[in-house]
Design a binder for this molecule. Structure first.
Ligand SMILES: NC(=O)c1ccc[n+]([C@@H]2O[C@H](COP(=O)([O-])OP(=O)(O)OC[C@H]3O[C@@H](n4cnc5c(N)ncnc54)[C@H](OP(=O)(O)O)[C@@H]3O)[C@@H](O)[C@H]2O)c1
Length: 221
């Protein structure tokens, strides 16, 4: 049975993907940092983890030592300050946003990589807003910069840390999804996004670093 670790699965896309993979017969270890009764009832093996705390990620990896997983997903992310503007942001706001969306996922990935089996994959929940090539506006500039930073750090992770290992690295765009983050006006529901993401993850076996949306379409960096 294929297996996955999903970091940040209390609600939204993380919870949805956990349910989707479980429904496909996967064995899923999923994390929450606070109460998450829906995740607890999902059938996943649940661990408590704040992704911002790398020592907690190290403890999780130690508790799973000896196991190997087909996929690890760093899903947790935050929107950042409501104003979303570089001109209004305080250093603390920028620090918190960049830490959770860009630095913490890479630190966690470096800790969890040994748990990914050969032929498996490790995914980062990026966003199309992280694409410089597609950026013809200044919408959500701080959040977008955090995902662009994540994409850059992920490339370094792919070429340096993963290097010659037969592990595929994914920077994923889930679509604009109706979650607490995406809002009610978003394009697609969680079920549509996670069904596509599960197909993309299951098909990620060829190595390399790929920037893909939930339909499997390649996005320009
Ligand atoms: N929705 C969209 O349209 C969209 C589009 C592009 C990319 N994304 C990305 O997709 C991912 C999931 O988004 P979503 O829409 O599902 O957002 P969401 O509904 O706001 O859920 C965010 C999830 O991340 C968790 N999280 C945040 N910081 C964490 C931390 N430090 N440690 C552990 N968990 C943490 C939250 O846990 P708590 O419940 O404890 O807060 C929650 O489970 C994010 O990375 C987001 O940037 C979303």
């Amino acid at each position: 049975m294929p297996s996955a670790i999903i970091i940040g699965a209390s609600r939204g896309l993380g919870l949805g993907l956990t349910r989707e993979l479980l429904g496909r017969g996967w064995d899923v270890v999923a994390t929450r940092r606070g109460d998450a009764p829906e995740l607890d009832a999902s059938g996943a093996v649940v661990h408590v983890l704040d992704m911002d705390d790398t020592s907690a990620v190290t403890a999780l990896a130690a508790s799973l030592a000896g196991r190997q997983f087909d996929h690890v997903l760093l899903n947790a992310g935050v929107t950042g300050p409501r104003h979303a503007l570089a001109t209004k942001a305080t250093p603390d706001e920028v620090s918190a946003l960049m830490w959770t969306n860009a630095i913490a996922p890479i630190r966690a990935a470096r800790v969890l990589l040994p748990l990914v089996k050969d032929g498996g994959s490790i995914g980062f929940m990026s966003s199309i807003l992280g694409s410089i090539a597609l950026r013809g506006h200044a919408h959500a500039e701080l959040y977008s910069a955090s995902k662009a930073a994540l994409n850059s750090l992920t490339r370094g992770f792919a070429v340096q840390d993963v290097a010659a290992r037969p592990v595929t690295v994914l920077s994923l765009h889930p679509g604009w999804v109706k979650t607490d983050m995406g809002g009610d006006g978003a394009d697609i529901d969680v079920a549509t996004s996670v069904a596509g993401l599960a197909d993309v993850i299951a098909g990620a076996t060829g190595g390399g670093h790929h920037y893909l949306d939930y339909t499997g379409k390649t996005l320009p960096w």
